[in-house]
Structures are given as structure tokens and as C-alpha cells.
Write a protein that binds this ligand. Structure first.
Ligand code: MLT
Length: 410
């Protein structure tokens, strides 16, 4: 019989959010009367804004007319969307990108999961801890994480982020090839200032490493001096690839559109010591394995950058951030220690003394009928913490916090 990829057998359990969904389903079956409020997976709840819907409708109509019908789109995205991104997300912030440095895709999750194909089999990977599980699992599937021993992978370099270091990860204490950073951070909801981020850019330059920067939550930044893009940091174009998404910015979790920036300056060495542009490799990979995002969806994404689109998505983001404030403040009132939720839609809290993250998950589900995400699911340093999202409705968010306030009496 043929052989399968052994590395898959080393993965512990199922994907975090699949495991949570499974547990919630079991609970709901056992307690059909429970009115469950979902503050677990970071999925949006508000509809697409009118500017986006209008552009999508128009594009759908174009697809039904002989004169305006379109087949395969350009491999890396339509000009109108690539240029809207360059102008709206970069030139406006003092960053110039070449047209062919922007790649349109169906999601930041796919891009951050796929990007590891560009690295050698023995590349050493560093991740902040806790961390969005996709960076870890995709490298584990490719065999770079080694073995899962206890609560961690023995070949990964973990950069712990916790209350003790103010959620600022230390730079690696040994040589690594790749560092994954996500800011605003999923799961902790914390951010780095430009000066703090520069430390990693400088380290990567000095040590010949590359940074994979996940900026999926950039639209939630409120604090001045917090960069929306790593390229706002001097020198970052030489060492960083940046992944962005319309999922959280404009409610596209079910619509699917994202983009990744691969600057020409970012180079690695092949086994013969030749310097290779990652931009050329990513082009080759995308052209081979991806046929692009559909025309109506790219039109919808481009509408995000119109004046109307910007105004409308801001209102949605403000509404989510109002939820974040409610969660932060009411948890603090209940005596919880809370982090994040100021520049990100995630609130990271310490679970009550003596409990594990999963025990708190069970308690919250059973006593309050609230679903959150256990911190330990994001890595060893997440143990003792818990994540709630601000993506539910105002009404449900308030209701959830009211239930939490009764937790102590329960
Ligand atoms: C999360 O809950 O961490 C996000 O929904 C993950 C994602 O965007 O894939």
C-alpha cells in the first residue's frame, strides 16, 4: 500500500476551532434548551456594507452579459483591486509597492498556511506563543516542527508572550530562518509600537531571517504609533512578507478575499548559495496552484477603498470595538485581569486561579452558555488564559457579560 505523510500523524487532536465546534455541538445536543452565545471563533456577524454589495451586484450582472463576461482572471489579481490596495493601504501610509508585489488570494489563512512551501525542509521556525495555530500546524505538516512532546513541538522556537513581558515577545535566542508575527495579535489582542516592531526587523536583517507578518486585524488599530503595516518600519521590505485580509476589515469571512505582499527585496539562498527572490517563487507557486478570486468578489473588495466603502466599514469596525470595550470593562469590573480589546477585536483574560483554560471553557459553557477559546489551544504560554471575541452583536455581547456577572453566584 502507498505511504501517507507521516507528519500528519504527529498533529495533536483536531484543528482548534474544529475541536471547539465539536464540543459545543455535543453540549447543545445534551442541552437543547441552552441559548448559547458564541464568542469563540473570530467570525464576523454584521452584513457586508452597501458599497460592497452594490459593486458585487454590478459585477454579477456583468458576468451575465456577452460584452462584459470574464473567464479566468489575471493570475495575481485584477489591476483595479491591486491598485486600490497599493494606494489605499500603502501609498496613503508612505509605503510604495510595485504592482507585482501584491498577490490577491482567497484568504490570509491560506496564504500563511501555504507560504511555508517556499522554505527549505530544515528551515528553523520561530513563533510567538500563544499563536494562531495555522503557522504551527502548516509547518508541522511539512515536517519542520519535529515531534509534539508534552505541550509543544520540539523543533519549533517559541517566543513566549505573557503578562510578565507585557506580551512583547523576546527575539529568538538562537539562529532561526523564519519568524511568524501577527499584529494586532491573534489571540492576545495586543499590539507592538513601531519601535518595538523595529527590533524584529533589525534582528531579521542581522540574522538572515524572514518575517511572515500577519496583519489581518490592522483595521482595528486605534492607538497612534502602532503601525498598520510592517513596511512602515524602515528596512522591513528587505525581510518581511505581509499577509492581509478583507475578512475582518470588511466582513469577508464567508465571501473570501485577501492579499499578500511579497517585496522583490526579500531573498533567500538556494542549496547552491544563489540568492533567490521570494517574489518570483510566490508567483510560480500561485500561478501553478491557484486560479484567482472571482471577478465579482474582487470588485466587491475594491469597493472597500471607495469613500463610501471606507466610511461604511469604519462604522462596522467601531461597532465591534464598542463590544470589545463592553467586554473589557465588564470583565475588569468582575475582577478579571484583561488584556487586548483596544486595537483588536480579541480580549485576552486570565482564568480564575487554579483553573486550566479548558476547565474555564467548560465552566463558561455550562454555567453561562458562552463559548470562548481556551488560551492553551494557542500554545503552551496560553495556558491560564482565555480569549473572547467582540464580533457578536451588541445585544448578545451585553447578554453574555450579564451572564458572566452572575457566574460567581452560580
Ligand atoms: C480566529 O478565531 O482565530 C479566527 O477566526 C481565525 C481565522 O481567521 O482563521
Amino acid at each position: 500500500m502507498f505511504h501517507v505523510n507521516d507528519h500528519f500523524q504527529k498533529l495533536p487532536g483536531s484543528y482548534l476551532f474544529a475541536e471547539i465546534a465539536r464540543r459545543v455541538k455535543v453540549y447543545q445536543q445534551e442541552h437543547p434548551e441552552a441559548d448559547i452565545i458564541r464568542l469563540g471563533i473570530g467570525d464576523v456577524t454584521k452584513p457586508l456594507v452597501p458599497a460592497v454589495i452594490e459593486a458585487m451586484h454590478k459585477a454579477v450582472d456583468e458576468m451575465g452579459q456577452q460584452e462584459t463576461f470574464r473567464g479566468y482572471g489575471p493570475d495575481f489579481g485584477y489591476d483595479f483591486l491591486v491598485n486600490a490596495i497599493r494606494e489605499g493601504d500603502y501609498t496613503s501610509r508612505g509605503v510604495e509597492l510595485a504592482f507585482d508585489e501584491v498577490f490577491i488570494s482567497d484568504g490570509a489563512k491560506s496564504d500563511v498556511g501555504n507560504i511555508q512551501e517556499l522554505f527549505s525542509e530544515d528551515a528553523v521556525i520561530a513563533v510567538t506563543d500563544p499563536v494562531y495555530p495555522v503557522y504551527v500546524d502548516s509547518n508541522a505538516m511539512a515536517g519542520r516542527a519535529g515531534e509534539y512532546v508534552g505541550d509543544r513541538w520540539n523543533k519549533l522556537v517559541y517566543l513566549p508572550c505573557n503578562a510578565e513581558n507585557d506580551f512583547v515577545p523576546p527575539v529568538p535566542d538562537r539562529p532561526v530562518d523564519v519568524i511568524y508575527l501577527c499584529y494586532p495579535n491573534n489571540p492576545t489582542g495586543t499590539v507592538l509600537t513601531k519601535e518595538q516592531l523595529k527590533v524584529y526587523v533589525d534582528w531579521a536583517k542581522e540574522n538572515g531571517a524572514i518575517i511572515i507578518y500577519d496583519a489581518a486585524y490592522r483595521a482595528f488599530i486605534n492607538t497612534p504609533n502602532v503601525p498598520l503595516s510592517i513596511y512602515e518600519v524602515e528596512g522591513a521590505k528587505e525581510v518581511a512578507i505581509e499577509c492581509n485580509s478583507f475578512s475582518k476589515t470588511a466582513g469577508f469571512t464567508g465571501t473570501r478575499c485577501a492579499y499578500t505582499v511579497v517585496p522583490h527585496e526579500v531573498c533567500g539562498l538556494d542549496s547552491k548559495g544563489n540568492k533567490i527572490e521570494l517574489n518570483a517563487m510566490w508567483k510560480r507557486r500561485m500561478a501553478t496552484k491557484f486560479n484567482g478570486v472571482s471577478y465579482p468578489i474582487q470588485r466587491a473588495a475594491a469597493a472597500v477603498y471607495t469613500e463610501e466603502g471606507q466610511k461604511q466599514i469604519k462604522e462596522v469596525i467601531d461597532a465591534y470595538m464598542a463590544n470589545a470595550k463592553i467586554i473589557r470593562e465588564s470583565l475588569a469590573e468582575q475582577g478579571f485581569t484583561v488584556f487586548g480589546g483596544v486595537d483588536a477585536p480579541y480580549i485576552w483574560l486570565k482564568v480564575p486561579e487554579g483553573m486550566t483554560s479548558w476547565e474555564f471553557f467548560d465552566l463558561l459553557l455550562d454555567k453561562c452558555h458562552i463559548v470562548g477559546t481556551p488560551g492553551s489551544g494557542f500554545g503552551p504560554s496560553g495556558e491560564g488564559y482565555f480569549r473572547l471575541t467582540a464580533f457578536n452583536t451588541l445585544e448578545k455581547t451585553r447578554q453574555a457579560m450579564e451572564r458572566v456577572s452572575k457566574l460567581k453566584e452560580a
